[in-house]
Design a protein around this ligand. Structure first.
Ligand code: GAL
Length: 437
């Protein structure tokens, strides 16, 4: 813990421990060590190892912007970018688990707000609370209470949100503009499927780009469709037991996913989300359903929002916002503890979020970053985030424990091959019995 942010209670506790060392005949060095002041990593020296999965266009650029801000403030610190590629952290989370279990944590790592953070690393006692940093930085007045709640458990806060991504978005190239209606109730799943069918008849073989190499991309199609057919409250009820996974809405959501498969590229299982997005730029597809990190990808590749591409809520989900919230936390035993604390401060700062989010494709978690610095799609999303019904994503760690999310991903891998709606409903209900009760 950074001594500058000790609360009075922490100070009394630490000072008591340290005094005990001296009283027991310990040296002054041991006294300092007991104060937690033994690190060689003051504010301006040593390393800062940041772990994430941001390697694709847009996401890597956003991270680099935050590094720049950090480096301006702490020029003597060597930043180690320990990113492990693979969308949604498919590879990174495994590497992180090995490191955490082996007692070799990075200084700070990317983790989704919600269950991915709380029911894993916090529950296992592997994180330091950041409550005192949260308070001393005054984040209560600039970060919405709902976001604070999902990064909190017990009486502590465990990570700082850097952004809010929207998971339920449909991206259209100029070629695909006619595939979806831009607003209102006509932006529904039936109209979307018929738009895809027309585009195919007009000669675009695979109008809907899909990269499903991690399976989570299909989980996103499912979760968006669950909201589309059942509404936000039905969807949220699936995690509290109020809604049933054997409900007809689940069947119907899967049936729409199955219909979408008729319009996707045949090599989808070998492509990542960004390779799928590239199909829009190559002109081989005209639409893709993905989080707004796809916008970061498009703009990094020199496409202009609302000119080269547009976005609408994924079909049938207007008025709802599928939240994907990236945060950074402080693992216990972070080798460069004080540098990590300064990193968290940059992550939560106005400057940090203003530099990061326009490139990343997300909207800021803070409410005081001017929307004028964003592209028109982000400006629209910032406005909608304030009024839409918010739903947490399964695919991106917020709605359900990791074991459930990865079970759903595996099941969606089966579904895309077998396309058996009834079998998948049964499997999803089993997973819910096992992991959500
Ligand atoms: C999500 C993450 C986003 C984006 C995406 C694709 O899980 O929250 O920030 O990076 O994966 O990699």
């Amino acid at each position: 813990m950074d001594p500058r942010t000790w609360s009075r209670r922490d100070f009394v506790k630490r000072a008591g421990l340290a005094a005990g060392v001296l009283a027991a005949g310990g040296s002054f060095a041991e006294f300092l060590a007991a104060c937690g002041n033994n690190a060689t990593t003051g504010g301006n020296g040593g390393n800062l190892e940041i772990f994430s999965w941001w390697t694709a266009g847009g996401e890597a650029d956003g991270l680099a912007e935050m590094f720049k801000i950090y480096q301006q403030k702490y020029s003597g610190v060597k930043i180690i970018n320990a990113a492990v590629g693979g969308g949604a952290g498919t590879n990174a989370k495994t590497v992180l688990a090995t490191r955490m279990q082996g007692g070799k944590p990075p200084d700070s790592f990317q983790v989704h707000a919600g269950q991915e953070l709380i029911s894993t690393w916090v529950k296992a006692g592997k994180m330091e609370p950041i409550t005192s940093i949260w308070n001393s930085e005054g984040w209560d007045s600039v970060i919405p209470k709902d976001l604070k709640t999902i990064v909190s458990s017990g009486s502590d806060v465990w990570s700082v949100p850097v952004n809010v991504h929207r998971g339920n978005a449909l991206w259209l190239s100029a070629k695909g503009a006619s595939i979806a209606s831009s607003s209102g109730s006509s932006n529904n799943l039936d109209n979307f499927i018929s738009g895809l069918s027309k585009a195919k008849a007009a000669g675009i073989q695979a109008p809907l780009a899909l990269g499903s190499s991690g399976n989570w991309e299909i989980t996103m199609l499912l979760e968006n469709n669950l909201v589309a057919v059942g509404g936000a409250d039905f969807y949220k009820g699936l995690f509290t037991g109020k809604s049933s996974w054997t409900d007809n809405n689940v069947k119907s959501a899967l049936t729409y996913v199955k219909q979408m498969f008729d319009y996707v590229n045949s090599d989808h299982a070998t492509l990542s989300w960004d390779q799928a997005a590239k199909r829009l730029q190559d002109g081989t597809s005209a639409a893709t359903i993905m989080g707004d990190w796809a916008k970061g990808y498009f703009t990094a590749a020199n496409w202009t929002a609302n000119k080269d591409f547009t976005a609408v809520p994924s079909p049938g989900t207007g008025g709802t916002y599928m939240i994907v919230c990236d945060t950074f936390g402080l693992p216990k035993g972070a080798p460069d503890h004080d540098n990590a604390v300064n990193w968290l401060k940059v992550c939560g700062s106005k400057d940090g979020q203003a530099a990061f989010n326009p490139k990343k494709g997300s909207i800021p978690a803070r409410t005081d970053v001017p929307s004028s610095i964003f592209d028109p799609i982000a400006q629209q999303f910032i406005a909608e985030f304030k009024t839409d019904k918010l739903t947490p994503s399964i695919a991106h760690g917020s709605a359900a424990p990791e074991a459930f999310a990865s079970g759903v991903n595996d099941e969606m891998g089966q579904f895309v091959q077998k396309r058996d709606v009834a079998a998948s409903v049964t499997s999803l209900a089993k997973l819910a019995d096992q992991f959500l009760k």
